[in-house]
Design a protein around this ligand. Structure first.
Ligand SMILES: [Zn+2]
Ligand SMILES: [Zn+2]
Length: 801
């Protein structure tokens, strides 16, 4: 059974009741979550029930050895994660025999988190679990809890290999959430190829976060990257310091700080976020004015957030608004300077500060997965206790601890999936209070499409939880692990799917498994489970170490190290910026030194793609659509320094890093030359390479709307003439060995996907292309060549328009 409903709709009760009932009748229950934090949280909830028959315990990496024994022998409700199941519980199944014998129910919570390569690994772990349980005579019911998704029963079946019944109706009561879709305004700045630059989502988020903290509104700001989490916290803190410094100065005569303030404010560049502070500093023509302006202006801006909204409601009763950018720099500044002259504004500043005690800036912090466990726990506690009012976080918190009593959630950039969006928005306003959620669009095609098509968010879900249990790279190590648990027999093959036989033959050839008349055996003394790296980071993580002190700042997985901590990269840690002095991939260490450059760095790479095999194909308009295997070779060759505020390129530095080869799956389309005749007519000629390149960028941007991936999980290559097809070809590939199911989903939903791609390009108001439509932040070619009008015409031909 899979229950796929919104956050806080009562899914926990839906599995707790049957779980407890099974325990009352002598059974045991296994509860799985993607994170340790969530398991700890569930344990707390379970203990609150004070049911003496329920002997619940977590079993994870933090459980001390002496306690583990007790859990194995006595617990009847075990909370754990897939990693622990994979590395410890399944390989040592015999020490859990009494638990297996009575196993009635397996709860798979937050199962939408099991997607892509990680999801494919979990799918195999659950098959191993079913086989081990069967050995002890158990056939447990699987009860899955998921966020809303398209076709949850199919996803549940892929994950478990079992037929699923689905529950999707949600009748739970909830407070109302005001939902704003927020598109930052275009600025006067010019970026790559003279494209107009939108104010960044992180800049808007930092401003809103500072505004909300001043208002004592408990807020989480979700951002997409570690870098952005640091930048938002850093910028919000600096804004609050500015505000406080001016408030501390008291009611000084007008003009006293006229020189200092705007300049100082202007200097806050690191996050790139304070672009328009100058605007409301400047309009006042005086620094004290500026100070109260900051207070008054934010009240106003915040007020407007709640009020402007002409609400519309969708069927689910959720209100949403579409707001086109903030007007703070114009009318906001004017209203603010008026507010500055009133006593009220003065009292607001002074009074609030004393209530709070402590510095405003200290009430904001950043939180992300790369931090060491101790740092994270301190931050979690501070947020729970209210010591912190504002926290900028990556989705590390998304599935983490239960942070209740939040009032507002800012989401800087589409979080990749509707499930994540609702999960994040659902953090605000629990216990039936009203709440505010703001989705701030980034400068990218998917975000642009979404703020202009609210139906994509509030209508029926289109994205599916995508995973590919048949990926041979994933399947192989789990077949070894399964054979080590209990030798594999012919009967087991159906459990592991149609790809299992071929993979087993290969494992025997490679000497990893032995074939005997009774089945396949693991004969090595090594732990078979060590073969699978289920979080898919690929290799040992690189440690980021401060050169002068030897302090370990955090870790970066090996593939990301090439782009995040290469020589010269700007690296952010807890609101401090560092520059990488050296990256030693063999030693797995990056040495960094504290610095405050006014630029950010972006790695560039060259990519080659070869078609290995087309597995499926069909006619598509006048062209052909394919799904199949490809080999992609990527090498990070240089990095760009870009001014944080504008994205203006300051320079490019070469890098010497080894190429990485990826054998993966791709979806690609080709168009025959005659179909392109219109596009190459003299007078109407388009740059075919630029058109294909632009269509590729935008289609990478839009695929996450249909498959639960983000644009960083997939890559693309486009060419006017590909040597393997002999035709104009656009590829979109999975960025993981063996594929993750994203390209396959693109193949299945190609018509909708490519139509949305065309729409996203056409609905962008820019003239010749910008990051909101066809420019890509990870383009290995520096976004050259691109032809926006050509891309629309090319897609029209492909779509048969
Ligand atoms: Zn554009
Ligand atoms: Zn490109």
């Amino acid at each position: 059974m899979i229950i796929a409903t919104g956050t806080a709709s009562g899914k926990s009760l839906a599995y707790l009741v049957p779980a407890v009932a099974e325990i009352f009748s002598g059974g045991t229950v296994l509860y799985l979550t993607p994170t340790k934090a969530l398991a700890a949280d569930q344990l707390r909830a379970l203990r609150k029930l004070r049911l003496t028959q329920v002997r619940a315990a977590t079993y994870d990496g933090d459980t001390p050895p002496e306690e583990r024994r007790w859990v194995r022998q006595n617990a009847n409700y075990v909370l754990t994660n897939p990693d622990m199941l994979h590395r410890s519980i399944l390989p040592r199944h015999s020490s859990w025999s009494s638990f297996w014998r009575r196993l009635r129910l397996v709860v798979v919570d937050e199962c939408h988190g099991y997607r892509g390569v990680f999801g494919s690994h979990v799918a195999q772990i659950l098959r191993r679990l079913r086989r081990v349980a069967a050995r002890y005579g158990s056939s447990p019911v699987f009860l899955l809890a998921s966020a809303t998704a398209s076709d949850p029963a199919a996803a549940g079946m892929r994950l478990t290999g079992l037929e699923m019944a689905e529950v999707t109706a949600d009748a739970s009561p909830r407070g109302s959430t005001t939902f704003a879709l927020w598109e930052p305004p275009l600025t006067d700045l010019r970026g790559e190829s003279g494209a107009p630059v939108r104010r960044t989502a992180t800049a808007e988020a930092a401003d809103l976060l500072a505004d909300l903290v001043i208002e004592d509104v408990r807020t989480l700001a979700f951002v997409r990257s570690r870098r952005a989490a640091e930048a938002v916290a850093l910028t919000a803190r600096r804004t609050l310091e500015e505000v406080e410094a001016l408030l501390d100065a008291g009611p000084a005569p007008y003009g006293e700080y006229a020189e200092g303030v705007p300049e100082e404010v202007g200097g806050v560049g690191a996050g790139g976020a304070l672009g328009d502070v100058g605007a409301f500093g400047g309009a006042a023509g005086g620094a004290v004015g500026g100070a109260f302006e900051a207070a008054g202006g934010t009240v106003d801006a915040t007020g407007r957030t709640f009020e402007t909204a002409g609400r519309t409601s969708d069927a689910a009763g959720r209100a949403f608004d579409e707001i086109g950018g903030r007007e703070r720099s114009s009318s906001g500044a004017a209203e603010a300077s008026q507010a500055a002259e009133t006593e009220e504004a003065g009292e607001l500043g002074g009074g609030r500060r004393t209530d709070r005690g402590g510095r405003l800036a200290d009430r904001v912090a950043a939180y992300r997965a790369g931090y060491l466990a101790d740092d994270r726990r301190v931050l979690e506690k501070a947020l729970r206790s209210g010591e912190l009012t504002g926290l900028a976080t990556t989705n590390a918190l998304e599935l983490g601890v239960d942070v209740s009593g939040l009032d507002a959630v800012l989401i800087a950039g589409w979080p990749g999936t509707r499930a994540s969006l609702w999960q994040q928005a659902g953090r605000a306003g629990r216990a039936g209070q009203d709440a505010l959620a703001v989705l701030i669009a980034r400068d990218d095609p998917l975000d642009t499409y979404i703020v202009h098509h609210p139906d994509a968010v509030f209508g029926r879900p289109v994205e599916a939880i995508v995973l590919d249990p048949d990926n041979p790279y994933v399947l192989a190590p789990h077949l070894c692990a399964a054979a080590a648990e209990i030798p594999l027999t012919e009967d087991d093959l159906k459990t592991f799917g149609p790809a299992a036989r071929g993979v087993l033959d290969d494992l025997v050839d490679r000497g990893l498994l032995r074939r005997r008349p009774t089945g396949w055996f693991w004969t090595s003394r090594d732990h078979a489970a060590d073969l699978a790296d289920i979080r898919g980071s690929g290799g040992a993580p690189v440690q980021v170490v401060e050169a002068s002190t030897g302090r370990l700042l955090g870790t970066v997985d090996e593939p990301s190290a090439h782009t995040m901590v290469h020589l010269g990269a700007v690296y952010l840690h807890q609101s401090e910026t560092f520059v990488v002095d050296a990256l030693d991939l063999d030693a797995g260490v990056a040495l960094v030194t504290a610095a405050e450059p006014d630029y950010a760095t972006f790695a560039r790479d060259v990519t080659d793609i070869r078609v290995m095999e087309s597995l499926r194909s069909r006619p598509f308009g006048p062209g052909t659509l394919h799904f199949g295997s490809v080999e992609v070779t990527r090498q990070v060759v240089s990095y760009l320094k870009r001014r944080t505020q504008t994205g203006e390129v300051l320079g490019e530095e070469p890098l010497d890093l080894p190429p990485r080869t990826l054998c993966t799956r791709a979806v690609w389309w080709t168009l025959p030359t005659p179909a392109l005749a219109d596009l190459i007519k003299p007078g109407h000629a388009v740059d075919l390479g630029g058109a294909a390149h632009a269509a590729e960028h935008a289609s990478i941007g839009l695929l996450p709307l249909f498959a639960t991936c983000d644009r960083w999980d997939i890559g693309g290559v486009s060419t006017e003439l590909h040597p393997d097809t002999g035709l104009l070809t656009v590829f979109v590939y999975d960025g993981h060995d063996g594929g993750a199911g994203f390209a396959e989903r693109g193949y299945a939903r190609a018509a909708d996907w490519l139509t949305a791609t065309r729409e996203a390009i056409a609905s962008c108001e820019c003239e010749r292309g910008c990051p909101s439509c066809i420019q890509s932040p990870k383009c290995g070619n520096g976004n050259e060549p691109l032809d926006k009008a050509g891309a629309i015409r090319l897609l029209d031909i492909l779509l048969g328009a």
